[in-house]
Design a protein around this ligand. Structure first.
Ligand code: ADP
Length: 635
């Protein structure tokens, strides 16, 4: 640029030939040319421009025309803005500095919005008057645009943030910025709060502890976090209670002093209210559970106790911790612990209720009978998440049941003796009538004998039933030939059955260990049922097959059959599918129960296959020697 200036014809400008320049101008031009920072000199009343290389880059296409040209010719677009100031400097000689000044300039043939930071200082001539202005200029367009973008971005972030935010400025906590969510939380409009001290804008919040918290943050400069804080706000004319989680973050200036606080808040009213309602309802449940006569527990999915009611506490005398950790299982009667475990595992597996009669130890050291029932509570995917246990005392019912059993046992004993005597007298009468040759009376007495046999069987069943209940049914066991045994029993029954033909398809010979008399009772019972429940049919088919370790015996009839849903229950005591047709099918509902008990005692199985219209097939399987399988029963 020095070269360019030297070669220029300055005499054509109002500055004149450099030879005549005042020393201050020459020195200023020299400083200007030697600097790498954009520098410029405005000289004389026309403000003629002289500038350096760095400035040349800045004005682009305005060079070279700008060199030695008048301000009015070079900068017609900005002169109206800066001229008053330049004139002022020419007049008063006072230096000035302007930052990030916006100018729309045409340095590339089109208008551009640009920002500049200027410093102006006067250059005095020999006479001491201000002859021109020395100007350092820095373009700040990129910086200003970047700052604007950042500020817009931050502003948007702030306004659109998914949490309520605001900034309190100064010690009076003037609301400087606030977003929509915070306004919604406060129940106020922007106009009602912006630029106002927050406790003036929200007077109802005064005295709720927030001011003290803000003061501490302001003073100590430490962030404060509140997980849950109650607040009452006047929202749209109504006083409302809410709960808020919030953070107060101190805002610092560059020198570290605190000038404000940013508040970030989250309205957690719904969660808190829901939680409080859930507490309350739990309390309600507990009160209810304590008032119930039953013992109640809650356990997690694994069966670990999480709650017990007052009844359990009083009954067991255990603290909750003891009950949970050892107690519940410890106070179960040892005889039922194994079975309980089995049933619990089954209930877990199937997701069904558990139901079991079992004994629990009380504080007096007695085992008392209870009906223990546990129901699973499942989540939305059907997975068990907890169990609710209801345990009711049934000792009284058990005692009554025992009294009933004792009565039945006594009654059947008392009945047995006279019936046996009647039977004996009947047999004597038959013999006497036979001798006399009174055929007519003999026929009547024989029929009476048949009925006495039925009565004897019924009393026998009752006796067996009560003995089973009391665990007193005696077994007299030995090895016997199964086919011989079956043939004998079937033969005996054939004599008495006039309606049905009973066929027996026998297996290969087998030796079985067991009580022949009890097993013959089972066979007789199954045959008499087959006859009783197939009134229109003519035959019963009995088949025995040799199985690997025992014999299977099936009794097929062609009668009324047993519906699928009744099949598992017909072996229960007193269960009668045909209960409502008592007159057609009389019975006590204990025959199959006794059969099942006897077969179980022999280590076997009993089941029924049937379809309602085709009749039934009752089957049993007997192991050759149950003692091989079941230890402990053998003695
Ligand atoms: P019950 O004295 O009533 O015959 P059981 O214990 O022998 O008592 O039988 C229980 C119930 O099982 C009977 O009431 C009847 O409903 C059903 N049942 C038993 N055997 C048969 C069969 N062969 N066919 C159809 N139903 C049967």
């Amino acid at each position: 640029m020095g070269e360019f200036i030297r070669k220029m014809d300055w005499s054509a400008t109002s500055v004149g030939d450099p030879v005549g320049w005042p020393q201050s101008l020459s020195t200023s031009v020299s400083i200007c040319l030697n600097s790498r920072f954009p520098l410029l000199i405005w000289w004389g009343k026309d403000l003629v421009k002289i500038y350096n290389d760095a400035y040349c880059d800045l004005i682009a296409a305005k060079h070279p025309k700008a060199m030695g040209a008048k301000a009015a010719d070079v900068w017609p677009e900005i002169l109206p803005n800066v001229l008053p100031m330049l004139k002022g400097i020419l007049k008063d000689g006072e230096a000035t500095c302007l930052e990030d000044q916006l100018h729309v300039i045409e340095r590339n043939g089109r208008p551009e919005v640009c920002y500049f930071t200027f410093s102006y200082s006067a250059i005095r001539d020999e006479a001491g008057n201000v002859g021109g202005i020395f100007c350092a200029v820095n373009e700040t367009t990129k910086k200003v645009v970047a700052e604007r973008k950042l500020s817009t971005l931050l502003n948007n972030l702030f306004i659109q943030a998914p949490v309520a935010i605001c900034i309190f400025r100064g010690e009076n906590y003037i609301v400087e910025v606030v977003n929509k969510l915070m306004l919604e939380f406060w129940g106020r409009t922007q106009n009602e709060v912006l630029t106002k001290p927050v406790f003036e804008a929200l007077p109802e919040v005064k005295g709720q502890g927030f001011k003290e918290l803000l003061d501490t943050v302001y003073k100590k400069g430490e962030r404060f976090v509140a997980e849950e804080h109650p607040i009452s706000l006047m929202r749209h004319g109504n006083m409302e209670n809410a709960f808020v989680k919030f953070i107060y973050e101190p805002l610092r200036e560059e020198d570290g002093t605190i000038s404000g606080i940013m508040a970030v808040a989250h309205d957690i009213t719904e969660q808190v209210v829901a939680r409080k309602n859930a507490e309350e309802s739990e309390l309600h449940f507990r009160q209810m559970a304590d008032l119930m006569p039953a013992k109640i527990t809650n356990t997690n999915a694994d069966g670990r106790v999480t709650y017990y009611n007052k009844n359990w506490k009083d009954y067991s005398g255990m603290s909750f911790e003891n009950f949970r950790d050892f107690g519940y299982h410890k106070i179960m009667h040892p005889d039922e612990q194994e079975e309980f475990k089995k049933r619990f595992n089954k209930a877990v597996e199937t997701g069904n209720d558990l139901e079991m009669e079992m004994r629990f130890l009380n504080t007096e050291g007695e085992y008392i009978w209870h009906l223990n029932r546990a129901s699973p509570v499942k989540d939305e995917n059907g997975k068990i998440k907890m169990w609710i246990g209801v345990t009711s005392e049934i000792q009284k019912i058990k005692n009554e049941g025992r009294l009933k059993d004792n009565f039945l046992s006594m009654a059947s004993h008392e009945l047995k003796t006279p019936v046996t005597t009647i039977k004996a007298y009947g047999q004597i009468a038959e013999m006497m009538l036979q001798e006399k040759g009174d055929a007519e009376t003999l026929a009547v007495v024989s029929r009476m004998g048949g009925q006495i046999n039925k009565l004897t069987r019924l009393i026998g069943d009752l006796l067996d039933f009560t003995r089973i209940q009391q665990g007193k049914l005696m077994y007299n066991e030995s090895f016997f030939d199964f086919n011989e045994f079956m043939k004998g029993v079937v033969e005996d029954i054939r004599h008495t059955s006039v309606t049905h033909k009973i066929s027996y398809i026998q297996s290969a010979g087998a030796q079985v260990f067991g009580d022949q008399e009890k097993l013959s009772q089972v066979v007789a019972n199954l045959i008499s049922n087959a006859i009783k429940y197939s009134p229109g049919a003519e035959k019963i088919v009995i088949t025995s097959t040799l199985q690997k370790e025992g014999v299977e015996l099936c009794f097929q009839d062609f009668g009324i059959g047993v519906r699928k849903e009744d099949q598992p229950r017909v072996f229960e005591q007193f269960y009668r599918v045909t209960g409502d047709t008592q007159s057609t099918f009389p019975g006590m509902g204990i025959g199959l129960y006794i059969c099942a008990e006897i077969i179980k005692r022999h280590g076997g199985k009993i089941w029924v296959e049937s379809s309602s219209d085709k009749g039934s097939v009752f089957c049993l399987w007997l192991p050759s020697d149950y003692r091989d399988k079941i230890t402990g029963l053998a003695g």
